[in-house]
Design a protein around this ligand. Structure first.
Ligand SMILES: [Zn+2]
Length: 277
């Protein structure tokens, strides 16, 4: 399997994968969706009753949203996750008690009127665990409202709940090979006009394939060309894959993790088969 990186930003990736098969690509797609771990808020504790600030002003620890709705919103906040540091709570040396290796505690205490954002979550201890995507609105507080919240994040995967899903918009398509038969082409420009992805360009003398990787294999060019000059072919060993992450983990790290995981699962399977004798 060969992989060429076309685009790789902190959260987005576009890859051309060759010498693969639809089965391998689908395994990679499913691994990216369901098996990359990340930290997400799992437990939320709401303080009940009045809160007094330094000036003696009294607030009530409430918000306009039901506690469970606010908890749900907190669960979706992307938390920066170092996969080399954190471990699953069940596998941690603290035996599930909760420690800095398997959990992060955040506090939230904003006083209304204001809008509470994800960046208002304050990590207890290590300030590097501050939420980087800090402008996600969580709740709008009115005068006198100041919810005091303790939230604990733990490691999980998208297989359990989508709040632990790192990669989104994961998809792949067959790599298109688009050809224009110059002898048949009558320069009608139909392919240029009808292609929804601007794959073709044309001048007075010729029509050309400018951006084949943008093709979605809709075949409009093939169907609409009256002289049948355009052909679009695919093979099932070369693919274009795209995905993005929610920002908790970089696209590069998510891909590395997925490939390592597939490798170890394949080895485990092979060892299991060999042990059958
Ligand atoms: Zn622990």
């Amino acid at each position: 399997m060969k992989m060429e990186v076309r685009t790789l930003t902190e959260t987005k990736a576009l890859l051309v994968v060759s010498e693969a098969s639809p089965a391998i690509m689908n395994s990679l797609r499913q691994t990216l969706i369901a098996d990359i771990p990340k930290m997400a808020i799992e437990e939320v504790e709401f303080h009940l009753g009045p809160i007094r600030d330094q000036d003696g002003k009294e607030y009530e620890s409430i918000s306009p949203l039901f506690d469970e709705i606010l908890s749900h919103r907190l669960g979706q906040v992307p938390i920066p996750t170092d996969l080399d540091f954190f471990s699953f709570q069940d596998d941690c040396e603290c035996e599930g008690e909760g420690c800095p290796k398997c959990s992060i505690m955040y506090t939230l205490n904003k006083k209304g009127p204001c809008t509470v954002y994800s960046g208002d979550l304050e990590p207890v201890g290590d300030s590097s665990l501050k939420i980087t995507d800090d402008l996600i609105p969580l709740v709008k507080l009115s005068e006198g409202q100041a919810p005091l919240i303790y939230a604990t994040a733990v490691l999980g995967t998208g297989r359990t709940h989508s709040k632990w899903q790192v990669c989104h918009g994961v998809g792949f398509k067959y790599y298109p090979t688009i050809k224009i038969n110059k002898k048949k082409c009558d320069l009608s420009g139909v392919c240029v006009k009808r292609c929804p992805r601007d794959v073709f360009t044309m001048d007075d003398k010729k029509t050309e394939v400018a951006d084949p990787e943008a093709c979605t294999l809709c075949m409009t060019c093939v169907d609409e060309c009256e002289t049948k000059a355009v052909t679009v072919e695919t093979d099932d060993t070369k693919f274009i894959m795209t995905f993005e992450t929610d920002g908790s983990i970089s696209a590069k790290r998510a891909l590395q993790y997925a490939l390592d995981l597939l490798d170890s699962k394949a080895n485990e399977f092979r060892d299991g088969v060999s042990s059958l004798g």
